[in-house]
Design a protein around this ligand. Structure first.
Ligand code: KDG
Ligand code: MG
Length: 402
């Protein structure tokens, strides 16, 4: 099976997605997700101008050789744009391999390790009672694991607790929105929030929380300690991950499990965190981490260290990328949980996934390949619209991490 051509689609069915179609001499087309929220054109240019022209005539079965060629051959290595572009092609190649062999991708990755991949979903509210109501509604849908994000008293809008009913951080507009952040207000409020939530929801559901890179290591240590009585499944992105050894300090002070890595691109962003056992969960997704080829190796590195995989899966990863994560989660022994927000109805008029959520678990379905159909005509009806993720500043105007 040889690669004969490609098409890159940048569309906005509900939000922006970058989708790769890889054509072969068999007539089969492989699908990849290259969506990098707010930086879609950078990945599109990388694919169209740099990576795809090198693929004409190559063996589409040679996933490992493609990956090594694309990574080593770039000279300018790593980074989210490069690795998302490599990931898009890698996913399309795995999709093709499954399609031509007539098996779902999870069978190529080692087969089923579990009955389904436990999913966690997003719950948010402008107040603790509203958040608890949202959590109960998600429990009623079958979710056993709930990410709780709440507005912080005294702050206008914070990550994960939008004023709008729907979570979509990338706003269309000329310039990125600026949110005002105050760590002291957040640190005072977060334990109170989880105290009330645990009391209202009981001991059964797994509770998760995303601090979204806003704390210093000692602040994260304090938060982790304060949350210990509420038994979180994890505290995510407590500190930005650029400095891996920052997590040594957090780890020394708290038994709250730590998750990190949704913005990471390669194993070199995370290897010290894994081998020092400074974190418990790796949040990298196939879409942004260089595809399934790369993620399998990260999982293999993490396994003996008791670190588990938990792929990023917000609505800004397309159903193709999400399907890849679900196949991976089903077939990877040290995969723990999968983020699952679902996608808006408009998105699902363009992407038709075979994966299903049922009673708390995700299954990728038995379609050959990744199991997602992409309707190019329906996609073309939704042209790309520039959108930015927000930025953050402290109350005194200091630029901060969003
Ligand atoms: O594009 C940014 C979002 O994907 C991110 O803010 C979502 O942190 C996130 C999460 O855990 O889903
Ligand atoms: Mg996150």
């Amino acid at each position: 099976m040889r690669i004969t051509g490609w098409r890159v689609h940048l569309n906005s069915p509900g939000r922006n997605f970058l989708t790769l179609e890889l054509e072969t001499d068999t007539g089969l087309v492989g699908l990849g997700d290259g969506t990098l929220n707010g930086r879609e054109h950078a990945v599109r240019a990388y694919l169209e101008e740099h990576l795809l022209p090198c693929l004409e005539g190559r063996d589409a079965f040679a996933t490992e050789d493609f990956w090594q060629y694309a990574y080593r051959g770039a000279y300018w290595r790593r980074g989210p744009v490069t690795m998302t572009a490599i990931g898009a092609v890698d996913l399309a190649l795995w999709d093709l391999k499954g399609k031509v062999l007539g098996v779902p991708v999870y069978q190529l990755l080692g087969g089923r390790c579990r009955q389904g991949v436990m999913a966690y979903t997003h719950c948010h509210g402008q107040s603790v009672p509203a958040l608890i109501e949202s959590a109960k509604a998600k429990q009623a849908e079958g979710f056993r694991a709930l990410r709780l994000q709440c507005a912080v008293p005294g702050l206008d809008e914070v990550y994960g607790a939008p004023k709008a009913a729907v979570y979509e951080p990338a706003e269309e507009g000329a310039l990125p929105k600026e949110e005002i952040w105050d760590t002291a207000k957040y640190l005072d409020f977060a334990p109170e929030l989880f105290g009330q939530a645990r009391a209202a929801l009981g001991s059964t559901p797994h509770l998760l929380h995303d601090a979204h890179h806003r704390l210093t290591p000692i602040e994260a240590a304090r938060l982790g300690q304060a949350l210990e009585p509420y038994r979180l499944f994890w505290l995510e992105d407590a500190v930005t991950g650029e400095l891996q050894e920052a997590f040594r300090l957090v780890r020394q002070h708290t038994t709250t499990p730590l998750a990190l890595g949704e913005v990471f691109s390669t194993v070199f962003d995370i290897h010290q965190l894994i081998t020092n056992q400074w974190i418990d969960y790796v949040r990298m997704a196939p879409t942004h981490g260089g595809g399934l080829t790369a993620l399998r190796k990260i999982a293999a590195l993490a396994e003996p260290y008791h670190v588990r995989m938990a792929c990023h899966g917000p609505s800004d990863i397309s159903p193709i990328g999400l399907a890849a994560a679900i196949h991976f989660g089903l077939a990877t022994h040290n995969a723990a949980i999968q983020e699952f927000m679902g996608h808006p109805p408009e998105t699902l008029t363009v992407f038709k996934p075979a994966y299903r959520f049922d009673n708390g678990y995700l299954n990728p379905g038995e379609e050959p390949g990744l199991g997602v159909a992409f309707d190019t005509k329906a996609a073309a009806a939704h042209p790309y619209r520039r959108a930015y993720l927000p930025t953050a500043r402290l109350e005194d105007g200091t630029a901060w991490s969003w």
